[in-house]
Design a protein around this ligand. Structure first.
Ligand SMILES: Nc1nc2c(ncn2[C@@H]2O[C@H](COP(=O)(O)OP(=O)(O)OP(=O)(O)O)[C@@H](O)[C@H]2O)c(=O)[nH]1
Ligand SMILES: [Mg+2]
Length: 692
């Protein structure tokens, strides 16, 4: 790959529903531009983009893969995104560093959930988008139906740039409506023929619309068009570019990735009409310590700044920090200032990377995408700058984790083995978290959905060689009391020699907002003050281990109001035992209850699913707090017990065909209903039996 300057770089991401053919289209582009001689196939596990063992095995993309290609003196950095929303951390970071989005659609299925998400992403980052209607060769492919769905279901103004010649097994190639040629690709080579007569009338209509739309591009073109003068091809391209960047319409292309058709018109458009890195909306950055973000333009001639959008630990080259250069240039064998970490980093090697293959370059210009290797302190979302020009770019905001499971490993020593692997995984993926929860004594893995966790577990297994299983996590229930109770407890043991003696009178009162309070009300030295810490310790130990079902006790005030001691037999140990046993006794008779964690759930779905989602939430003992409409979507807020929503990501997906998204956040503890309480106590008893 040559070195490219900003005006010759295009950054383009491919988004769309899973299985719409993004990875296959990238493969077709590589074949058409002669980077590869043999076309790989997703089903054979030999595509350039899906090279990760997990991707090959599952036949889906998991990583956002950068694939630079060269076409007509330009470098197009394609980023092949995963279709599954579970891999949102890969998706969002990468969309941010591009200027154009290609939304892939399957000609046999039209608008799908993934298409709607692609639309949302492009809107969030203000990217102009174009559609590529793929799989035109497949049985039941229907071009015009998909185009009308773009218009009706997505409410987007489509503009046809190509028309298919034939459909399904008769699909032969496309009409390029800009150049007005019949374009076929044979062995990746473009063959241009005159437009077949039988298509003339259809093509005329489509071309007329294209010219009219291009003429809206600027006043000069509009005048010329209204004067009845024909626009040249260059003028049409100029007008299309302007309209595309201003998002006045969405160009629609069609083709077949598997049969390599429709690729050249798409590439021509990207080179001629896609915004340059300098033509996007400005980046937002602030001076370190400042609150306000200002606009930064992509510009080669100002000091260097770059944004780290992704981190990968590569088995061969080590840690790779993927960057988008925003201004100036990043040079190999130099150094750069990490603003977030306030530290200089060496840039031993700057790379451009095609899928898994890094290639050393002398420098990366503003607008380009590449990677730096073995950065010491740099992590995703950091800004790298010329020290005289320190800027902090806005971090990528990711949704909160929605899926929690527990990891079970065969032995304690295995747990240590997976530690390093866990660290590597979570370093690359901000949406993945693995931590030990001391309260429920389990290792918890949290992420964006069951596919996300499943992939993470597979990776952990292959990195550590430990057989790991996912199990439902325990619920961190709590115990408390509902009435005040007081009693006396005597601990006395006589086993020859020195005995043990301690007597405490404890009073337990329920409290509202205080987890625990200990009060010493003993007067007249009935228990010498030196034993006070032991009594408190005994109480705390009992609270930690629970009384009715082994869960932590909260919301009690414990008063030790009297007691007795023995000059010889009393000891710290004796009083600790007395307090601990006494606490349990008084607690059991103070109408104890079990509390369960309640989470605040925010579920966003298309309006027509509102009834189903609310009904389901009520069935899950949820309390609906309210809802807010925004466009055609509605966000429902509800309070739901944690135990009911461990599998909510799966439930919501099947209820809404994947259209719903949600976030959850801990709210408070509430008493569990009595029937569940009995079940919890029963389960605790069983667990205790199994343990002993
Ligand atoms: N008939 C036909 N099949 C295609 C075409 N393009 C892709 N496919 C098939 O569709 C399936 C999915 O293709 P991918 O390229 O993996 O789709 P993707 O959009 O990358 O999917 P994700 O990575 O999961 O988001 C594979 O079995 C491909 O062989 C096409 O043009 N025609
Ligand atoms: Mg893919």
């Amino acid at each position: 790959l040559k070195e490219y300057h900003t005006d010759k770089i295009r950054n383009v991401c491919l988004s769309g529903h899973t299985s719409s053919g993004k990875t296959s289209l990238v493969e077709a582009i590589l074949y058409s531009t002669k980077v590869i001689e043999r076309l790989g196939r997703v089903d054979d596990g030999n595509t350039t983009s899906d090279y990760d063992p997990e991707e090959i095995h599952r036949k889906i993309s998991i990583n956002a893969t950068v694939i630079p290609i060269e076409y007509k003196d330009c470098k197009i950095n394609l980023i092949d995104l995963p279709g599954y929303r579970d891999f949102i951390s890969e998706i969002k970071g990468s969309i941010r560093v591009t200027e154009t989005m290609i939304v892939l659609m399957d000609a046999t299925s039209g608008v799908e959930v993934g298409t709607e998400f692609a639309r949302e992403y492009s809107e969030e980052y203000g990217l102009p988008r174009l559609f590529f209607i793929n799989k035109m060769d497949k049985e039941r492919a229907n071009f015009s139906k998909v185009v009308s769905e773009i218009r009706e279901e997505l409410g987007i103004r489509p503009l046809l740039l190509t028309l298919p010649v034939g459909q399904e097994k008769d699909f032969k190639g496309v009409i390029d409506l800009v150049r007005m040629k019949y374009v076929r690709e044979e062995g990746g080579k473009q063959v241009m023929d005159p437009i077949p007569d039988e298509l003339n009338s259809e093509v005329e209509v489509a071309h007329a619309e294209l010219v009219e739309t291009a003429a809206e591009g600027n006043d000069e073109l509009t005048m010329k068009y209204l004067d009845g003068q024909p626009l040249t091809t260059e003028e049409i391209i100029q007008g299309l570019k302007q309209g595309f960047i201003e998002k006045r319409f969405c160009p629609v292309f069609c083709g077949s990735a598997c049969n390599v058709q429709g690729v050249h018109p798409l590439l021509n458009f990207l080179v001629q009409c896609a915004p340059l890195p300098t033509e996007r909306a400005p980046w937002k950055a602030r001076k370190p310590g400042s609150e306000d973000y200002a606009d930064i333009l992509c510009d080669e001639s100002i000091p260097t700044s770059a944004f780290v959008y992704k981190t990968v630990s590569d088995p061969y080259v080590g840690k790779l920090s993927y960057i988008r250069v925003i201004s100036g240039a990043i040079k190999s064998d130099s150094s750069i200032y990490n603003v977030n970490k306030n530290k200089n980093e060496k840039t031993t090697h700057a790379y451009v990377i095609r899928a898994k293959k890094p290639e050393n370059v002398h420098q990366l210009q503003a607008g380009d995408i590449g990677a730096l290797v073995k950065m010491e302190v740099t992590t995703t979302n950091d800004s790298l700058c010329d020290p005289s020009f320190p800027l902090e770019f806005k971090p990528t905001i990711l949704p909160s984790r929605t899926c929690h499971m527990a990891i079970s490993v065969p032995s304690k020593s295995d747990e240590e083995k997976i530690g390093l692997a866990m660290h590597k995984l979570t370093e690359q993926d901000e949406t993945l978290n693995i931590h030990r929860d001391p309260e429920i004594k389990q290792t918890i893995i949290a992420g964006m959905g069951d596919m996300h966790l499943d992939v993470a577990i597979s990776r952990l297994k292959s990195m550590s060689n430990v057989s790991i299983a996912l199990i439902e996590p325990r619920v961190p229930y709590r115990e408390t009391i509902t009435k005040t109770n007081a009693d006396i407890y005597r601990h006395k043991k006589q086993t020859g020699g020195r005995g043990q003696f301690g007597e405490v009178c404890l009073r337990l009162e329920p409290t509202q907002d205080q987890e625990f309070e200990f009060v010493w009300e003993v007067v007249g030295g009935n228990i010498p003050t030196k034993f006070k810490p032991s009594v408190e310790k005994g109480v705390m130990e009992a609270m930690e281990n629970g009384v009715v079902a082994g869960y932590k006790v909260v919301n009690v005030r414990v008063a030790c109001y009297d007691g007795k001691y023995h000059t010889v037999d009393s000891s710290d140990m004796a009083f600790k035992i007395a307090a601990s046993m006494g606490f349990k006794k008084v607690f059991s008779e103070a109408k104890p209850i079990i509390l369960e964690p309640i989470y605040k759930l925010k579920v966003t779905v298309p309006e027509n699913y509102m009834g189903d989602v609310m009904g389901d939430l009520s069935g899950k003992r949820g309390k609906i707090l309210g809802n807010i409409s925004k466009g055609k979507k509605i966000t429902i807020e509800a309070l739901v017990a944690l135990v009911e929503i461990f599998s909510y990501s799966r439930d919501l997906r099947s209820m809404t065909q994947g259209r719903g998204v949600f976030s959850m956040e801990f709210s408070h503890y509430e008493p569990t209903p009595p029937n569940l309480q009995e079940k919890i106590i029963e389960e605790a008893k069983q667990r205790k039996q199994e343990e002993t």
